[in-house]
Design a protein. Structure first.
Length: 423
């Protein structure tokens, strides 16, 4: 599956390649259009009865800003401008024309897609210094229900929104709407942690652990807040393979998905959102995100943080399956169901991991099974799978009713060698 990117760079008022990445929901516009052709409305947002929100996500790796941001526009009500004739993001030229008007060094049309709650959402990924100059325009030919001969627009300067952009502390939340379905992610910053079981914990882990060792992750990443749900999987892949799949379970985790099918799902998300690469987490990333800065084998009491055999055994005949995601207590970074519900695929081959201090481990180069983490709804309180450092494995071609997955989201600015899931 081939991915597409649109990159534009500007220096001294000219266009060249590789500066602005226009995300999947952005269609390239025409550079050089004069804003003076349309009539700018002087009324405020309140006077026009417009209801919209703008969020800015500032990307940070290893504690330092990448200099890139994602701008998310959500329109709840088009007010007196209904219906809008289009939404654009433009970057005015730094030099004005003799008549005082601005030409645009770049203009892109933002594809506003309808979300489940009826709002329209669009996003664009670009360099921060360009975003500081950028203006979003809500275009219309209608005012108070009357259609005119001249185009009109409401301008929204981006500079003021950038001042409040989050720097990316651990647990920062972002939402993405792809193919009409919403995904939420939590920021996991670069850092170091103790991976595996300490000498004091070996008895708890039994044969499911490795000796504790220090691991460094040199890049931060966005981890999906919950396991992929049946609704999310069906909207992207057009099918729902789960063993437990009646309609009341649409917000339960998807299962009966092989490792290869999970990787294919990630590839489709990358196709829909070319500003980002989507993939399965490495085993080290999974454990780092699960621990979320904690040092013990769990980040809380098992029955409060996980759906396992002990609290899904409604009919005293054994667990009757997984439950809706996000209904137990999250870990300190806002991630739900890291234990129980369904076990989760990782990108690594299963095999003896490194037991010495290492950076960005990706597991063995080959093997017969892929790593599975987190335990499932059939695990009980004493089961070693529901421990942060516990390891399990399953054959990648075989789906299971107890295995699902969650995805990692990273900007395309990360080097290709760091996109570790191989299809």
């Amino acid at each position: 599956m081939k991915r597409t990117e649109k990159n534009v760079d500007m220096t001294m008022g000219t266009l060249r390649r590789s500066a602005v990445v226009v995300v999947a929901v952005i269609v390239a516009g025409i550079a050089g259009r004069a804003w003076g052709l349309d009539f700018g409305l002087g009324e405020t947002k309140e006077e026009l009865r417009l209801k919209y929100d703008i969020a800015v996500e500032e990307h940070s790796f290893d504690g330092d800003s990448t200099g890139r941001v994602t701008v998310v526009l959500t329109i709840a009500d088009e007010g007196r401008l209904k219906p809008l004739d289009g939404v654009e993001l433009g970057i005015p030229a730094q030099e004005k024309n003799k008549d005082g008007s601005n030409w645009m060094d770049l203009a892109v049309s933002i594809d506003m897609r309808k979300s489940d709650d009826g709002k329209r959402v669009g996003r664009v990924h670009l360099r921060k210094d360009l975003a500081e100059r950028a203006v979003i325009r809500l275009n219309t030919r209608t005012m108070d229900g009357m259609t005119g001969l001249t185009g009109m627009y409401h301008a929204i300067p981006m500079a003021k929104y950038l001042k409040s952009a989050p720097a990316g502390p651990a647990g920062t939340r972002t939402q993405v709407v792809l193919n009409g379905v919403e995904f939420a992610y939590r920021w996991c910053p670069a850092g170091e942690f103790n991976m595996g079981a300490s000498a004091d914990e070996k008895e708890q882990y039994k044969d499911r652990s490795v000796a504790q060792h220090r691991v460094r992750l040199s890049n931060g990443f966005w981890m999906q807040e919950t396991e992929v749900t049946q609704a999310q999987y069906e909207m992207v892949m057009g099918k729902r393979p789960s063993f437990w799949q009646w309609r009341t379970k649409m917000h339960n985790p998807v299962e009966q998905v092989s490792w290869h099918e999970a990787v294919e799902f990630c590839a489709w998300l990358s196709e829909m959102d070319p500003g980002y690469n989507y993939r399965l987490p490495t085993e080290a990333e999974w454990e780092y995100a699960c621990r979320a800065g904690t040092s013990g084998p769990r980040y809380g009491d098992l029955l409060e943080i996980a759906w396992v055999f002990n609290n899904t055994d409604e009919f005293a005949e054994g667990s009757d399956g997984h439950r809706r995601v996000g209904t137990k207590k999250p870990n300190p970074w806002g991630l739900y169901d890291m234990f129980g519900n369904v076990a989760e695929w990782c990108s690594d081959w299963s095999g003896p991991p490194s037991t010495v201090n290492t950076s960005d481990p990706t597991g063995p180069k080959s093997g017969e099974s892929r790593v599975v983490r987190g335990g499932d709804c059939f695990a009980d309180g004493g089961h070693p799978d529901c421990l942060a450092g516990a390891r399990a494995a399953w054959r990648p071609s075989e789906p299971s009713r107890t295995i699902g997955f969650r995805v990692v989201r990273i900007p395309v600015t990360v080097k290709p060698s760091e996109d570790r899931t191989k299809r």
